[in-house]
Design a protein. Sequence first.
Length: 373
Amino acid sequence: MVLASERQEFILATVREHGTVRLADLVERLGVTAVTVRRDVTTLADRGLVTRVHGGVTVPYRSAGADERVTRGILARGRLPDQAIVGMVVPTVEYYWPAVIQGAQAAVASTGGRLVLRASAYDATEDRRQVTGLLDRGVRTLLVAPTNTGDAGQDLLRWLGTLNVPVVLVERLPPPTLPTLPLDAATTAHSLGAGLAVRHLVTLGHRRIAFVTARFSPTTKALREGWQETIGSLGLPDHAGLAHDVPPYGSSGWADAYDATLRTCREAGATGLFVHSDSEAIGLIERAHEHGLTVPDDLAVITYDDEVAAAADPPLTAVRPQKRRLGALAAEMALARASDPVERPVHRVQLWPTLVVRASCGGTPPMTVPMNR
């Protein structure tokens, strides 16, 4: 029996000799199943040693692929299409994403093109179905916020990397296990945004800062990591027990849950809250007022998003991701890739959020006071 390492070495040698090799030829020459060959090719591609193309495999970083890519349907270099159709797949058309979509739509429209939108509900299988539907509709470039975790997410990313149209990831990056996947990406530095919030509170004298969220999303994960890393880098006291998940503001039982969270935070000595997102921060302020706590005198609050933060009482200091600009940037990257499919290097662009200071933090740290029971 031929070992996997021996098969892979044979594949590498064959690709080096011929430049491009069909999968069917490898199956025949190795005398194994197509599934086995695809598995070996996937392993080599994930390591950056070969590049998968439709029906075959080629050497990576080949500069002679311009004619091949153009004949595969990618636009000729230096020319944007008339009425370019850009497809966009996002996990939801609610919360966070509308501004991103609007930015992309404006950028595409400014070139005389049209954006076609689909949603996929954080599911890799649905992501692929929606992308396939857009390709069937004739889109020429793709903006995708795919599921990028687990085996299904990795398989989806590999597939996106083999498509015959430019693909730009939006608010997603390939995992470390796919280090050379040649996909452009436009993302927000969410973890840095969490650091901006923590550092602002520290400059005001706060030493115990809780993190509260009601959302399960890649953004939440990055914010939690940024909160933890910044606390560690600044040498703040251990914050174990100061990360809390609460139900969405206004949902069943929200008030009791927020009361319990506030009580726990206060008992742990927290004088500042970093909250994801605006609605939950508004709810926490409301419950704090109900129990005789004032913001910012007793408790400083910073929110992440800044969609309705200015309407809070008091207005909320917020970390604002540049959502509209992110969508526009992703669309611009996709159109640039379409006009230069070969010579343009892979772009991974990250936008920093901005801190908008309002009244919910005050200028001096509060005294720790008990919450009314």
